[in-house]
Design a protein around this ligand. Structure first.
Ligand code: PLP
Length: 478
């Protein structure tokens, strides 16, 4: 190849790869060092149109000298999630070791739809999932799959729930082969749950909302009425989806009460723990997810509180065999023999055919860094959120939306003398000011018809002093 196709030979040349790899790691390490020192903006804000112009598709026909400048510009213009002033969405500041694993995964590219294409990553996935099931307290025999994000994870779990509880074969017969189905969900459920039921063809009434209390937690005493209302409307309820860490406020639904209700009515009990299942890692906070061990299925994102880069989501089933029903080619009761239930051919049970070596980063980081790092990260971020909430409450010019269950804190600035009618607009302006200046990155949400600033303390490098600086920055901007 090298004689006749020099460009190809150069592109695959191991020595160039070695040199370039060292340069890139150096550049990324320098970036990490600067960011950890709080240098530079969190988000170097620019409009979508500006970025479209900055990164045009002017691709040359022959190799060019764009490196290393191109990487420098990518680093500079990107959002800097390791900056301790990043307190926005539920996206992690990844462990550098995990990033190296993704790098290795990309080169090895063991796609793992079938065992032979990813023998190591398939085994790691199997064992990482068993470990996670153990952390949650699921029984022996629990198992599942890794998939690309909580949204795909919830769809996967609900497909299995449908096959188990619909009473007809919706996989082959379609959603109209039986009565219309629905799942009971707290009003605060993540939008992907409604998307999943719509993807399954259940329409808008595929979710039946259950009211939440003043703390934004599902009200278990309201479940009976929601169930009855769904039935009156001609729907067959098959499951309850509880949130372990709702998205807006991080509220944990009362899982034990939901488990009791599901047992009583023979409903599938699914826990959307995309954000909060990680609480089970923390001896101090695992009580928040008490009852999760009774779930039929759980979704748990490791790319949120477990410091993994996107994406790695566990879909766990208390009976690991249920995972085969999500994408069953036939109804589960028709399965015969072992052929269609090979655990080692992961694509039998995932939306993806080819996927990354997803388990690699988590397996390697748990092996090399130890489990305590992960437990401590959860405990410390929840502690930090509680101290921040106390600070807000004693401040006199900030209002806390609700006492935090986890590491999500919603609040608003209420400077003296400003009429209540102007407070919503103020929060919007404050957020915009801090975000576009690059000083902090935080988001906003609407609760009870009012606008609140929303922070997720997901970066383990964020300190009390950073949060004090955030309040000062908000006061200045106001
Ligand atoms: C983040 C989140 C999701 C979506 O997960 P992705 O990994 O972003 O697809 C779903 N549910 C809850 C409760 C979440 O916090």
């Amino acid at each position: 190849m090298s004689a006749t196709r020099p460009n190809l030979a150069a592109a695959y040349d191991p020595e160039s790869f070695r040199r370039l790899g060292h340069q890139w790691v150096d550049q990324l390490a320098d970036h990490l060092a600067r960011t950890l020192r709080r240098e530079g903006p969190v988000l170097p804000w620019a409009s979508p149109a500006t970025h479209v112009e900055r990164f045009p598709a002017n691709f040359p026909e022959e190799p060019s000298g764009v490196l290393p400048d191109l990487l420098t510009r990518v680093i500079t213009d990107s959002h800097h999630l390791h900056h301790p002033h990043y307190v926005g969405h539920q996206v992690s500041a990844p462990l550098p070791l995990a990033a190296l694993c993704d790098f290795a995964s990309s080169l090895l590219n063991n796609g793992m739809a079938v065992y032979e294409m990813g023998p190591v990553s398939t085994a790691m996935e199997h064992n990482v999932l068993r470990w996670m099931a153990g952390v949650l307290g699921l029984p022996e025999g629990a198992g599942g799959v890794l998939t690309s994000g909580g949204s795909a994870g919830n769809l996967t779990a609900l497909l299995a729930a449908r096959q188990a509880k619909a009473g007809f074969d919706a996989w082959n017969g379609g959603p109209t082969a039986g009565p219309p189905l629905t799942v009971l969900v707290p009003e605060t459920t993540h939008y992907c749950v409604a998307r999943s039921t719509k993807v399954m063809g259940w329409g808008a009434e595929g979710i039946t909302p259950v009211p939440v209390d003043a703390h934004y937690r599902l009200r278990p005493e309201a479940l009976e009425e929601s169930l009855a209302a769904a039935r009156r409307a001609g729907r067959r309820p098959i499951a309850v989806v509880a949130s372990a860490g709702s998205t807006a406020t991080g509220a944990f639904d009362p899982l034990e009460a939901v488990a009791d209700f599901c047992a009583k009515h023979d409903l599938w009990f699914h826990v959307d723990g995309a954000h909060g299942a990680s609480a089970a890692l923390s001896p101090r906070y695992r009580h928040q997810v008490k009852g999760i061990e009774r779930a039929d299925s759980v979704v748990w994102d490791a790319h949120k509180m477990m410091m993994m880069p996107a994406l790695i989501t566990a879909v766990l089933f208390r009976d690991g065999n249920r995972s085969f029903e999500a994408f069953a080619q036939e109804a589960s009761y028709l399965f015969t023999g072992q052929d269609t239930r090979r655990w080692s051919d992961v694509a039998l049970r995932t939306l993806e055919c080819t996927k990354e070596m997803m388990a690699l980063k988590l397996y390697v980081c748990l092996s090399a860094l130890g489990t305590k790092l992960f437990a401590d990260a959860v405990t410390e971020s929840f502690d930090l959120a509680r101290r921040f909430a106390e600070r807000l409450q004693s401040s006199g010019d900030f209002e806390l939306a609700v006492a935090p269950d986890c590491n999500i804190v919603c609040f608003r600035h209420t400077p003296k003398g400003l009429p209540a009618s102007e407070l919503d607009a103020l929060q919007v302006r404050l957020r915009e000011s801090l975000v576009t200046s690059g000083d902090f990155y935080l988001v906003q949400t609407t609760l009870g018809g009012r606008v609140w600033l929303r922070t997720t303390l997901i970066n383990p490098l964020t300190t009390d002093e950073d949060l004090e600086a955030l309040l000062e920055a908000l006061r200045r901007a106001a």
